[in-house]
Design a binder for this molecule. Structure first.
Ligand code: URA
Length: 230
């Protein structure tokens, strides 16, 4: 065995040990990387890159949702955040205000963030879809496909330490269409080297309050991962 092969084998072993240490179950194959945006290391540059992304979203006609929206809804919070929450799609309140998670589910999400010891404005919040599906219907697969490059760009710009997926649509969009939120919630997955924890969507928790205790376990895991990653 050459020195190069030995070095690569040692690297892979360390990588596998690292994954085991943070309880990563499986490294999914990801789709093609999103259209390249310059990686933005500093806060100001991140803001500029995100402002450019907002313009792209506002101009996007890749699916029909732009026809019925009031506002495109891109994000809320801190572009330098260590923690990103990803929801499903804007609802009525979000469409009217142009901000994610401002309705009833958003109020619960804010409480969940505060219960973790953070401020809502200290994390970064976004959705899989940037435009509201009429009548709050579930996003169609082609809408998710069309919008996903924007989310991938957001994650490449913000570069959080941990990602928390809220609900089934976000879990399937990031981890793969085969996953079931009831099975994968609370597990640590991988997104291009960043740990990802799926949990229940706050709207589901409003309908099923007994599930809040499971979400809390998941959020504690998110917090632990953040602490572990400094
Ligand atoms: N539900 C979501 O998934 N996202 C929002 O922004 C609001 C409600």
């Amino acid at each position: 065995m050459s020195d190069d092969v030995r070095r690569i084998a040692r690297g892979l072993k360390r990588y596998a040990e690292g994954l085991r240490a943070i309880e990563v179950r499986r490294v999914p194959r990801h789709r093609q990387a999103s259209p390249p945006l310059p990686r933005a290391p500093a806060g100001g540059a991140k803001r500029d890159a995100l402002a450019a992304l907002v313009k792209q979203v506002e101009a996007c006609q890749a699916c029909s949702l732009y026809r019925t929206r009031t506002h495109a809804v891109v994000s809320d919070g801190d572009p330098d955040a260590k923690l990103v929450f990803i929801g499903e799609a804007p609802g009525r309140d979000e469409d009217l205000q142009g901000k994610p998670f401002v309705g009833a589910a958003g109020q619960l999400l804010t409480k969940m963030i505060e219960a973790m010891g953070f401020a809502r404005q200290g994390v970064y919040i976004c959705n899989v879809l940037k435009d509201r599906p009429p009548g709050n219907r579930l996003p169609e697969p082609d809408e998710i496909e069309a919008c996903l490059p924007f989310l991938e760009q957001q994650l490449a710009i913000v570069q959080p330490k941990v990602i928390c997926l809220l609900g089934s649509v976000a879990a399937k969009a990031i981890l793969g269409p085969h996953v079931a939120i009831t099975k994968v919630r609370g597990q640590v997955w991988d997104y291009h080297g960043t740990p990802v924890v799926p949990t229940f969507h706050p709207a589901y928790l409003l309908r099923n309050p007994p599930a809040k205790k499971f979400a809390w376990v998941d959020l504690k895991k998110v917090k632990q991962l953040l602490e572990d990653r400094g």
